[in-house]
Design a protein around this ligand. Structure first.
Ligand SMILES: CCCCCCC/C=C/C(=O)SCCNC(=O)CCNC(=O)[C@H](O)C(C)(C)COP(=O)(O)OP(=O)(O)OC[C@H]1O[C@@H](n2cnc3c(N)ncnc32)[C@H](O)[C@@H]1OP(=O)(O)O
Ligand SMILES: NC(=O)C1=CN([C@@H]2O[C@H](COP(=O)(O)OP(=O)(O)OC[C@H]3O[C@@H](n4cnc5c(N)ncnc54)[C@H](OP(=O)(O)O)[C@@H]3O)[C@@H](O)[C@H]2O)C=CC1
Length: 266
């Protein structure tokens, strides 16, 4: 049985969800699962081609239509356009999934300022800007759910990927600050920290180089790499009323890998 089948098909009826980076990998699977369970879903990413392909896939799998808009979350004007589009089409969003991210292997001494900026802008600034675009409406409605896709224990660093580690640690801090600030407005803010999930993004941007990470299940106590479905089940739980007294957590979904993380040598 698909783990997602445990979730009621009407679980997200009446909700409007924005999923950044929703055209591929983990974001696409979360967008599809929310659509299948009743939410109106808006997916964004930079590539129109990938967005169109994702729209077709979600329609074929769920029989429902998603909306999409190209949006580079590093660009304030793009985020403003996304906000205008969602406000005029749906009146606001009740769920934001901050999933868009950039990553590539670069030893810190060789990392250019622009490379650092590229990743931090996509991950940390993008999470801040997209959330801020929709949280005002959530506060008015006294209802909202924000889910940030992070990594495991970013505060311990991410050797070879220090830009990504710093950005994800910043996102974890935002998760905690926002959970505290907005809890009284009926808004929950949580994170999910995936273990290794071999998506296109990982293959193209992380394994394609001489990265210290290997696409290797041997270190994982549960004996396999993760799938987008594994992360999606956790997302559906955290976004659902079953998690109504959970806020400010960074839920690790990694098959037990980080109980004893493999040593990386950058
Ligand atoms: C199975 C093992 C898993 C282990 C755990 C995994 C944990 C985390 C995983 C993830 O986050 S996966 C998500 C990965 N997905 C993506 O990265 C998708 C989007 N990424 C991209 O499209 C590119 O990576 C990009 C580089 C961010 C594209 O952005 P943009 O087009 O704006 O960048 P550029 O103009 O090409 O480059 C900007 C800047 O960065 C330098 N740079 C780019 N790539 C590299 C590289 N591979 N190595 C070193 N430096 C790189 C580039 O040179 C530019 O800097 P300057 O040269 O101008 O100074
Ligand atoms: N897969 C893994 O092993 C792990 C993943 N994660 C996290 O999970 C999330 C999803 O990763 P995954 O599915 O593997 O990666 P993918 O690369 O497959 O997906 C990332 C998505 O983000 C979009 N994106 C990238 N940059 C931007 C930008 N500047 N503006 C808007 N959209 C952007 C990409 O689309 P486009 O190129 O069209 O813009 C793409 O759809 C990320 O936050 C990642 O850091 C964390 C730990 C492990």
């Amino acid at each position: 049985m698909d783990p997602e089948d445990f979730f009621n098909p009407k679980l997200f009826d009446g909700e409007v969800a924005v999923v950044t980076g929703g055209a591929s990998g983990i974001g696409l699977r979360i967008a599809r699962a929310l659509t299948a369970r009743g939410a109106e879903v808006m997916i964004t990413s930079r590539s129109i081609e990938r967005l169109e392909a994702a729209e077709l896939e979600i329609a074929a799998r769920t029989g429902r239509i998603v909306s999409s808009l190209p949006c580079d979350v590093r660009e304030a004007d793009d985020v403003d356009r996304l906000q205008d589009f969602v406000m005029s089409r749906f009146g606001g969003a009740s769920i934001v999934v901050n999933n868009a991210a950039a990553n590539f292997f670069t030893p810190a001494e060789r990392m250019t300022r622009r490379a650092f900026d590229t990743v931090v802008q996509a991950d940390l600034y993008g999470t801040f800007a997209v959330t801020q675009a929709f949280v005002g409406h959530m506060i008015e409605q006294r209802h909202g759910n924000i889910l940030n896709i992070t990594i495991v224990q970013p505060e311990r660093g991410f050797p070879g990927f220090s830009h990504s580690g710093a950005a994800k640690a910043g996102i974890l801090s935002l998760t905690c600050s926002w959970a505290f600030e907005w809890g009284r407005h009926g808004i929950r803010v949580n994170g999910i920290a995936p273990g290794p999930v071999p998506t296109r993004g990982v293959a193209e941007n992380m394994l394609a180089t001489d990265s210290p990470f290997a696409d290797d299940a041997r270190h994982v106590p549960l004996g396999r790499l993760g799938t987008p479905e594994d992360i999606t089940s956790a997302a559906l739980f955290l976004l659902s009323p079953a998690a109504s007294w959970i806020t400010g957590v960074n839920l690790v979904v990694d098959g037990g890998l980080f109980l004893n993380p493999p040593v990386t040598d950058s």
